[in-house]
Ligand binder design. Structure first.
Ligand SMILES: C[S@@+](CC[C@H](N)C(=O)[O-])C[C@H]1O[C@@H](n2cnc3c(N)ncnc32)[C@H](O)[C@@H]1O
Length: 213
């Protein structure tokens, strides 16, 4: 019998995740929130897919008249349920999709823009390439974490909640991500670094399908 390992993100309560990420010593929730406003508004996109959407951080910037459909993808069903509850004004626009993006047979609809903030760390380059091959976005905007000190999780009272993520965490770099996307015909459009406390930073990297050039 083949036993499928449960994704460790299914063990983490959204309240623990958001409490940790929103600490003033971590500041990642706030940083990704303000970046989302720019990410969803700076490219022409009727349909947006947010990968690893967690509790819907930044969905308040979606304008129902401007964006026809926003897919929110996550492996954790309860996170998606929270998104639906938190944004009733997006009924008919926001579509939750529960999926494990590491599965080679994952099924996803197409979208004009893919946003993936702190998600590629947990699925790796190969799975991200597979997802892009299916969703076929014209634009990709992602944030990855750059560590300037030890460890990918900042110190906090919630630190040990995240121990289970060691098994699925990949350390990324701008160079390797850009190479991986180049192999799928995306070129880099934009890059900005947002400094965080605790010697960490978030790097926003945007890409465009080369056939659009
Ligand atoms: C660090 S959080 C992302 C934060 C979020 N983008 C934000 O702005 O606050 C990573 C998210 O990716 C999801 N995730 C991790 N591995 C996944 C996988 N294999 N398939 C789908 N979602 C995954 C987790 O459940 C979690 O919600």
């Amino acid at each position: 019998m083949v036993r499928r390992m449960k994704n460790p993100w299914n063990k983490i309560a959204l309240s623990d995740y958001e409490s940790h990420m929103g600490l003033s010593s971590v500041l990642q929730l706030q940083t990704m929130n303000s970046e989302m406003q720019a990410q969803i508004n700076c490219y022409p996109a009727d349909t947006i897919m947010v990968l690893g959407i967690a509790g819907g951080n930044g969905l308040e910037y979606i304008e129902a008249g401007k964006h026809a459909t926003v897919f929110g993808v996550d492996v954790n069903r309860s996170y998606l349920d929270s998104c639906v509850k938190r944004y009733p004004e997006l009924e008919g626009v926001f579509i939750p999709i529960q999926a494990d993006l590491t599965k080679p047979d994952v099924q996803l609809p197409q979208a004009d823009l893919v946003v993936a903030n702190l998600l590629i760390e947990y699925i790796g380059y190969g799975a991200f390439q597979n997802v892009l091959g299916m969703v076929k976005p014209q634009y990709v905007s992602c944030m990855i974490q750059i560590n300037k000190d030890d460890g990918f999780v900042s110190d906090s009272p919630y630190l040990h909640v995240f121990d289970c993520l060691n098994a699925v965490h990949h350390q990324l770099s701008e160079k390797d991500l850009t190479n991986a996307l180049h192999h799928r015909d995306y070129i880099q459009l934009y890059c900005v670094e947002r400094s965080l406390p605790n010697g960490k930073a978030l790097l926003r990297l945007d890409y465009k399908k080369t056939s659009l050039l």
